[in-house]
Unconditional design. Structure first.
Length: 232
């Protein structure tokens, strides 16, 4: 189970940098966590119920929370049947070389859905809501979405080498960084800050700009998830 992140504790100490404003001129670029669920009628209750359904792995409740035409990929996967198949993928659904990955794929999908909900988001008018908050950040014209990442916690050590014993060179909090080395074989990414400083950050504290995101809309029958996608 993904634990609820401490999204709001740093708001007072990180100042007044706007999440949606221009970030290009900041010496250290930040994307402060935000959650406007309470500002949109009915969404907070809908999200709470959906999180409970995810926690108990209630496939049909999650499917019912989605629009019949929900978009699930850029390759044409859409609709309730496709969502159900992603939530229940088994060895029988996969080619022989991938059968041993079925459990990981299935749980990864559930976890990704839970995390985007728990990270909070922003209202887009009274009838739409986007998650996670990182997806609502407007990137600069020079930002590559494939290498732009968000530090989604506070008090995150940036180390001089890619392991937990490395010396802490800087402590990050909700920074926007560029990943310059994927750290294959380690749990760390090498990142570069807006200031030019580089170091290694544990991947658990980072989120890609093109990671999973979801949109919800209020329809006549209530709130519905209308897409759940990753990639660009």
């Amino acid at each position: 189970m993904i634990q609820t992140r401490q999204l709001f504790a740093a708001l007072l100490i990180l100042g007044s940098l706007s999440l949606t404003g221009s970030l290009a001129d900041a010496a250290e670029r930040k994307a402060l966590p935000v959650d406007e669920a309470s500002q949109v009628q009915g969404f907070e209750t809908y999200r709470s119920d959906l999180l409970k359904a995810i926690a108990r792995r209630d496939v049909e409740a999650v499917v019912a929370s989605a629009a019949p035409d929900i978009e699930l990929s850029f390759g044409g996967d859409a609709g309730h049947d496709a969502l159900r198949s992603f939530l229940t993928v088994s060895e029988d659904d996969l080619a022989d070389e991938y059968k041993d990955q079925a459990a990981g794929m299935r749980e990864g999908y559930w976890d990704a859905l839970e995390e985007v909900l728990r990270l909070g988001g922003k209202a887009d008018g009274p009838d739409a809501f986007d998650v996670p908050y990182t997806w609502t950040v407007e990137l600069g014209e020079n930002d590559d979405p494939f290498t732009t990442y968000f530090v989604i916690d506070r008090d995150v050590p940036m180390r001089d080498r890619p392991n937990r014993h490395g010396a802490v060179e800087k402590v990050l909090a909700y920074d926007i960084v560029e990943v310059i080395d994927g750290g294959e074989g380690t749990s760390f990414h090498k990142v570069r800050l807006e200031t030019g400083e580089t170091g290694f950050v544990d991947k658990v504290h980072l989120r890609s700009a093109i990671d999973y995101r979801a949109r919800f809309e209020r329809r006549p029958e209530g709130w519905k998830m209308v897409f759940f996608l990753a990639g660009d």
